[in-house]
Design a protein around this ligand. Sequence first.
Ligand code: AMP
Length: 329
Amino acid sequence: MKNLEIMTTILEKIKEYDRIMLFRHIRNDGDCVGATKGLKRIIQLTWPEKEVYLIDEDLAKYLDFMGPEDEPVADDLYADALGIVLDTASESRISNKKYTLCKELVKIDHHIPLENYGSYIWVEEEKSSACEMVVKFYSAFRDQLKIDSEAATYLYTGMVTDTGRFRYSDVDGDTLRHAAILLDVGVDTETLYARLYLEAFEYLKFKAHIYQKMQITENGVAYIFVDCDMQKEFGLSLEQASAVIGNLDSIRGCICWIAFIETGDEQNTIRVRLRSRFVHINSIAEKYRGGGHASASGATLYGREEIDALLRDADAHVKNYKENNEGWL
Ligand code: AMP
């Protein structure tokens, strides 16, 4: 099995340490929360005598049902602990900066590795989610590890959210086989989907507004700018405003779509969320202080002027793709 050697090393490290600290990325999402919580639960079920901590910022509102997190502990408790960072490509995106205090660090991730960190690195960039990697880990050592429906629900949540409900192109047979392991353990999918996908009446009104305001470049990049005024008008948190990206994903001919979210901070920071089908767009994100996956990346702009430059680059990129490829829709 691919990567069995590094997975075995990680298992041995978990066995070796009495205390384990889990870490994830800033601006938490279903995958990094599901992966950290799922792995924590598996370790605790398997070795109840170990101390396992997940100390991090509050969960995004739509993930509240997975909380709460552990209370902070004294710094010296990190010193003889094993740190495991999940779903985080670069050190700057690790949310709890105390990871540097850990004795040794493991990285488990599925992002394109722009930069590596840690003594033990298990990266599979073709995997659909970090949660899937945790399930793969469980599955490889299932004769030694324990799981229950609580852990399965955390991990299934991350798999569902990071694959757009198993729609994205990185979903393969293994993804579904790993999801099947979790369903066999027990996941209440009706409740989970209701928690994740029901929308407030007011939010649907906002969506209607988005559809009025969205625009499209000459070669088919759909985009929307959610400025501070719009966020105020509809009473949106930054997180809710950022979720608009999902509303631009089904326009025929628009193989790339982008949301620009004004954060209203002093530097005039604009959060950019880029998505695509067929064409890869991570190179555009990397040019604008970002990165991510081939078809789902993020970037950071300072000032509205940079929006036009990014849109020009994205439009040229899409033009080039369309001219040189067939079969896109
Ligand atoms: P988002 O639009 O925030 O969901 O991000 C999509 C993907 O790109 C996620 O996997 C993020 O981890 C990654 N990403 C977002 N912003 C950045 C950034 N500034 N630098 C590197 N990766 C990013």
